[in-house]
Design a protein around this ligand. Structure first.
Ligand SMILES: [Fe+2]
Length: 169
């Protein structure tokens, strides 16, 4: 049995780990998509949001009593995984990356939705407010990725049919 605050801290740590993973994934995607200016700009924007969200979560964790060294220690493995996902080199990586990105953003949507309820149950209004501030950005990024997916696929398929080298980007 654990009290509501212990659950909240646990799930905040999970969300923090997700944001670290998001950082490496978005960085890898941004460096790959330099010849696609609008996508690149949106990825960069979400990368900045992601870094800001990491700072907000660190603030929540520190306030609840998780020390900075503990926060640092939990991210190594996760960051490595983010690199793997963000840096895939399969030929249709642009399409698979967009699909994975969509799923990832929705994992974050679920995480922050759960955190809002957990913060409410723990009576932690500040954490609840912070998570309510983050949630719409994740919803928006997921929406944008889905909206853009058909164009991404169409562009990839036509470049691929022409046998162009930049099809995979
Ligand atoms: Fe995100």
């Amino acid at each position: 049995m654990a009290n509501p605050k212990a659950h909240l801290m646990d799930w905040l740590r999970d969300a923090y780990a997700l944001e670290k993973q998001a950082e490496t994934m978005l960085e890898a995607q941004a460096s790959r998509l330099e010849n696609c200016p609008d996508v690149h700009a949106r990825i960069e924007q979400h990368l900045q949001e992601t870094l800001e969200q990491q700072a907000l979560l660190e603030h929540c964790l520190t306030r609840l009593g998780t020390g900075p060294s503990l926060i640092k220690g939990m991210t190594g493995e996760i960051v490595a995984f983010g690199h793997a996902v963000g840096g895939m080199t399969m030929s249709d990586e642009v399409v698979k990356g967009a699909m994975r990105g969509f799923v990832f953003e929705h994992t974050e949507v679920a995480a922050y939705t759960a955190l809002i309820a957990a913060a409410h149950a723990a009576g932690d209004d500040e954490t609840r407010r912070i998570c309510e501030q983050i949630l719409p950005r994740e919803v928006e990024m997921g929406r944008w990725l889905l909206e853009r997916l058909p164009d991404t696929v169409a562009a990839y398929v036509s470049r691929s049919a022409e046998g162009r080298d930049d099809a995979k980007r």
